[in-house]
Design a protein around this ligand. Structure first.
Ligand SMILES: [Zn+2]
Length: 213
């Protein structure tokens, strides 16, 4: 989770600062260099530590035909969703626990890293999987999320900048949001799905990690 990759050469002041920041456990904080010392620091630009999402499926010891069918569909959906996330952003992470649970009406995702798919096959798709992955990353599931949503709008600077950089969007574009998700690009319904919308979802959710969601 630590995204403070150490530069090759660095002053002791900045090194101390990074150590302190890392010890807080808040590794999503965004800081600016102190102007007084900025030009004395020699660094090599370093990308953020490559974060990736992995996942595993909880399987019954002796699965029924229904369970086997669900496992196959869920596996295809999750593989496609995780691949797209990992291709579009390096700011999302976690080893997600995925379950098939016929007691779940559609599907759900928890910030503890668990995703559950219900029996309805129409939700066993890449769109749903990406939406639930977003919940595991804090979208609609953390107190920080609720802080960032003000009067129905998402206010985090990184995700807004990401949105506004996208073709067809503008500096006036906004992200609507509530206690559950955001839109556009929240992949809240099956009819929102397209490859481009999936890619944009992942990039925005990644930027939301940088906002501290
Ligand atoms: Zn949801």
């Amino acid at each position: 989770m630590n995204r403070f990759a150490l530069p090759i050469r660095i002053t002791s002041i900045l090194l101390l600062f990074i150590a302190i920041a890392s010890n807080t456990g808040c590794n999503k904080a965004v800081t600016s260099p102190d102007p007084a010392t900025e030009n004395t620091v020699t660094t090599t630009p370093t990308p953020a530590t490559e974060a990736t999402i992995t996942w595993y499926l909880v399987r019954a010891a002796n699965p029924t035909a229904d369970q086997l069918d669900a496992y196959n569909r869920i596996t295809a959906a999750m593989n496609a969703a995780v691949t797209m996330y990992n291709q579009q952003t390096t700011y999302c992470s976690g080893n997600l626990r995925v379950e098939y649970n016929t007691g779940v009406p559609t599907a759900d995702g928890n910030v503890n890293g668990t995703i559950r798919f219900g029996a309805n096959r129409s939700y066993m798709n890449q769109r749903t999987a990406m939406h639930e992955i977003a919940h595991t990353q804090g979208i609609g599931t953390t107190s920080r999320w609720n802080q960032l949503v003000v009067n129905g709008k998402y206010t985090g600077a990184y995700a807004l900048a990401m949105l506004r950089s996208m073709v067809g969007e503008s500096p006036a574009s906004t992200l609507s949001a509530d206690g559950h998700s955001f839109w556009p690009y929240g992949l809240n319904y099956n009819n929102e799905w397209s490859t481009v919308n999936g890619q944009r979802n992942a990039r925005i959710v990644g930027a939301m990690q940088r906002d501290g969601v």
